[in-house]
Design a protein around this ligand. Structure first.
Ligand code: NI
Length: 169
């Protein structure tokens, strides 16, 4: 197994069906509880563990998931409410080392819990047409709501797997 991609690289199905979206949403809804269970009560030493040499720590990974979910939440909302809006990229490596990345993980667990509930609530009733609405990413170009949901689902599970590997080392 390539430890960088413990659940494999992101695969975006084509087409993405509404049934597929409902399956992803089940995981997105249970994710905050699963993440919390993984990191609940960890010592500072455990939170400093990495899944491989030089990688982000468990603490940084939790904060990074919150950073990504914030961006994903906003991208999808803008795509659903505007006509192909332009959205800047965020430099995740710089975000991961700002001082708030040293906070206890609880701050980000709360963000993730709230955002995932909000994402699941609006995504559950998406129509086929809404799935194809787009935003224009500064670097990656046009992205559909459907593809963003695929990324949202994969990205959280991808990093939870990293956390589990780090804690098993
Ligand atoms: Ni990431």
């Amino acid at each position: 197994m390539d430890v960088r991609y413990p659940i494999g690289e992101l695969q975006i199905p084509d087409p993405i069906t509404l049934e597929q979206v409902q399956e992803w949403l089940k995981d997105i809804e249970t994710f905050p509880a699963r993440l919390k269970e993984a990191v609940d009560g960890l010592s500072g030493e455990d939170l400093d563990k990495t899944y491989r040499e030089g990688a982000w720590t468990v603490r940084q990974l939790v904060h990074h998931i919150a950073d990504a979910q914030l961006n994903i939440y906003i991208r999808m909302k803008l795509a659903l409410t505007e006509d192909n809006p332009s959205i800047p990229a965020f430099d995740e490596n710089v975000w991961a080392v700002l001082p708030d990345a040293g906070l206890p993980v609880e701050a980000s667990l709360k963000i993730i819990e709230g955002l995932n509930a909000r994402i699941a609530a609006y995504a559950r009733t998406l129509t086929e047409e809404q799935l194809h609405q787009t935003y224009r990413h500064q670097i990656n170009g046009n992205t559909t709501v459907a593809a963003e949901l695929a990324k949202c689902h994969w990205h959280e599970e991808h990093h939870l797997a990293h956390i589990q590997i780090a804690l098993s080392r």
